[in-house]
Design a protein around this ligand. Structure first.
Ligand SMILES: *Cc1c(COP(=O)(O)O)cnc(C)c1O
Length: 514
């Protein structure tokens, strides 16, 4: 059968020539045309987006995606892109929309998107010098740049990772092995199986769940994480930290690390870094700072909020949160570069110990990953095109917006806000201003979130505080205005009032029927 006769079969000039799909010097025309088609469609979609989400349900979308026969390619690139328009673009969740106020996702800056196109076209892998060349050196420069902004000192080093979860895991792995190495010198056993059960990680009750996941992955068990209470601003209480450290010592346990958070996921609260550093220094405990969210402050006019971060032994930063970078782009840094040896392994085929290229800058020596994306390029182009101050000013915009939102809500009897924001999140709930329905406050807030999502008018997040249900705004979009916020508050109140009046009607119907 001729390919042109095949139903739904490959028909285009490219589809029949398998090598024409490989990106190389002889396919540049195909490359140019494909990339142009892609960008044109994205551009027209961006111009059309009028709400953060279409509100489609998972089963509806699943039907469309499951219905596609992956054994049969479509006619050509344009057809595949058309199809993608239907199953993905039309119903995507758009973080750049001013009424997307959900999670810690940011709109992305164009220079970083350029970087993304470069890095996947060239496809450098940053594990070894012989697979990356300049990519390795660019990543190293950015690690040094970040370390300098963190004030970590001249011996600092680090590596890019896939995200804050991986950065936290690597930092805690290093803390674990460094603590065990120290213990082995002072106690009778150096057997890890005997040491691990005694290790404890201290962190606030509102720190990120990846701390507990890391403890589990590191063979310590989730129980190894001691949850330290926070003050009314959701910052770790250092008096309780001291008490927990003492208790560990009395129980024969070993505090292996204190994890301070610089920007908690829910509240944006920043733990008292200097005080924690003092305690860690005095007690000889590894100090890790999880600045996955708060790292944007490094380039903002509010840099002083991170004072003390330079005293940490290790730091997590997520450029894909507050530096407006596409996922993924994160890094873990350590104050003492020799600590990275805890993740160094040698493979004869890659980075042989004592081999001829022992001195080659092989980033795999510092990483938990092997093959690794050149994510650093996105930040590089961002800094070269925009400069750090402009990125920081974008983050300042959303922090300013959060402060203005707080003032707006503090005067509004319909809403209760948990804490005054230090960064750009607000955890709050709707409460009937007339004091009615106190037993329905949880339900009404749960309902509102779902109602907003399925209307697609706005996307907000949900969380719990002391077991009660709350809503959350995460403001990472400098395009969101206070008017947008006021509109969303209006939508929230509207859905809430509707829910309560429906409940009243149902109650009345029940009473009449009985
Ligand atoms: C988002 C976040 C993480 C996890 O980072 P990922 O990039 O999502 O893996 C860790 N800690 C904090 C405080 C976060 O906000």
């Amino acid at each position: 059968m001729d390919s042109a006769d095949r139903p739904n079969g490959p028909q285009s000039e490219y589809a029949t020539d398998r090598r024409s799909h490989l990106l190389n010097g002889s396919t540049v025309e195909h490359y140019l045309r494909s990339m142009t088609q892609c960008i044109e469609r994205l551009a027209s979609r961006f111009a059309d987006v009028d709400r953060p989400f279409s509100g489609i349900s998972a089963p509806q979308l699943d039907a469309a995606i499951s219905g596609i026969d992956l054994q049969r390619p479509v006619a050509d690139t344009a057809a595949a892109l058309d199809e993608l328009g239907h199953i993905y673009l039309r119903d995507a969740v758009y973080f750049h929309h001013p009424r997307y106020l959900g999670h810690l996702n940011c709109p992305v800056v164009i220079p970083a998107v350029l970087g993304e196109a470069f890095l996947s076209s060239i496809n450098s892998s940053l594990d070894t010098w012989d697979q990356s060349a300049g990519g390795t050196l660019i990543e190293r420069r950015l690690i040094q740049w970040t370390a300098a902004h963190l004030d970590l000192g001249d011996a600092a080093d680090g590596v890019f990772t896939s995200g804050g979860t991986q950065s936290n895991l690597q930092a805690l792995l290093i803390a674990r092995d460094e603590t065990c190495a120290g213990l082995a010198r002072t106690v009778l056993t150096s057997r890890k199986s005997e040491l691990l059960p005694r290790l404890r990680i201290l962190t606030s009750e509102v720190s990120h769940f990846s701390i507990a996941t890391s403890a589990a992955l590191l063979g310590l068990g989730r129980e190894a994480v001691i949850s330290v209470p926070t003050d009314q601003d959701k910052r770790l209480r250092t008096d309780d930290l001291v008490r927990e450290v003492d208790r560990c010592r009395q129980d024969g346990l070993v505090p292996m690390a204190v994890v301070a958070t610089a920007g908690t996921t829910d509240f944006g609260s920043i733990d008292p870094l200097h005080q924690i550093a003092d305690i860690c220094a005095q007690e000889g405990i590894w100090m890790h700072v999880d600045a996955a969210y708060g790292c944007g402050l490094l380039v903002s006019r509010r840099r002083d909020l991170l004072d003390g971060i330079g005293r940490a032994d290790s730091v997590t930063v997520d450029f894909h949160k507050s530096f407006f970078q596409p996922v993924s782009s994160s890094a873990v840094l350590v104050r003492d570069r020799s600590m990275l040896a805890h993740v160094t392994y040698h493979a004869n085929y890659l980075n042989p110990a004592g081999g001829s290229d022992t001195h080659a800058p092989n980033q795999v020596d510092k990483s938990l990953q092997t093959t690794r994306r050149f994510d650093a390029l996105k930040l590089w182009l961002t800094l070269r095109i925009m400069g750090p101050d402009m990125v920081g000013a974008l983050f300042d915009d959303v922090v300013d917006l959060a402060a203005a939102t707080w003032r707006l809500m503090a005067d509004d009897p319909r809403f209760e806000v948990v804490t005054q924001p230090q960064l750009s999140t607000l955890v709050f709930r709707y409460v009937p201003p007339d004091g009615s329905h106190p037993d329905l406050v949880d339900e009404v807030n749960l309902y509102v979130r779902q109602a907003l999502l399925s209307s697609g008018e706005a996307v907000v997040a949900a969380t719990t505080v002391d077991g009660a249900h709350y809503l959350k705004f995460t403001l990472l979009n400098p395009q969101t205005s206070l008017d947008d916020i006021a509109d969303v508050l209006g939508l929230i109140a509207g859905h809430a009032e509707e829910f309560l009046s429906d409940t009243d009607d149902r109650g009345k119907t029940r009473v009449e029927a009985s």
